[in-house]
Ligand binder design. Structure first.
Ligand code: CU
Length: 176
């Protein structure tokens, strides 16, 4: 049997050995320190001091992070408006209101069914499935999607619901 080492394995081995050596070093250091007699207060005082410094550092980091992040508002990619689209599935159709939304909107699809369970699947203009939620009778499921790209989206039923299930296709326009 031939054994070969790739470059990656060698790197992993080297990293493993370095980490192991560091851990052994820490253990040896702790073991040697443990021989000394140290007063309890010396240990706790140092610990509390470190903890106060760490807390102050974290507070500073958090506060400055929050303040700095305010300058970037509104964050790029944030929705340019919201829309609620009421969707109802039935044997064998989709009804949607409104029938179009504008690109960049954060759309809340409120999905229900007039009869049996359907699957509300949303495909983007490239035909990629971007969302799927159950359409259930007597219940409204909410699905939030940000539709960035203008174009013709496709709605398809993704839950087998009857003999014309495959005809439950519908187009949905996202206007520029
Ligand atoms: Cu179906």
């Amino acid at each position: 049997m031939e054994v070969s080492f790739g470059g990656f394995q060698v790197v992993v081995l080297a990293a493993f050995l370095v980490v192991t050596a560091a851990l052994v070093g820490v253990f040896v250091l702790v073991a040697r320190q443990a021989r000394r007699n140290v007063a309890f207060e010396d240990v706790t005082d140092t610990g509390y001091r470190l903890r106060r410094v760490w807390l102050a550092f974290l507070l500073l980091l958090l506060t400055s992070g929050v303040v700095l992040a305010l300058f970037f508002l509104p964050y790029p990619g944030a929705a340019q408006g919201t829309a609620t689209v009421r969707v109802s599935g039935g044997l064998f159709y989709w009804s949607m209101n409104p029938e179009t939304v504008s690109a960049g909107s954060e759309v809340s699809f409120e999905v229900t069914s007039a009869d049996v369970n359907h699957g509300f699947g949303v495909y983007d203009p490239e035909g990629v499935l971007i969302g799927n939620v159950q359409a259930m009778p007597g219940y409204t499921n909410r699905m939030d999607l940000t539709l960035e790209e203008p174009g013709t989206y496709m709605i398809a039923c993704l839950e087998y619901c009857g003999f014309k299930h495959h005809e439950m296709l519908r187009e949905f326009e996202v206007t520029p």
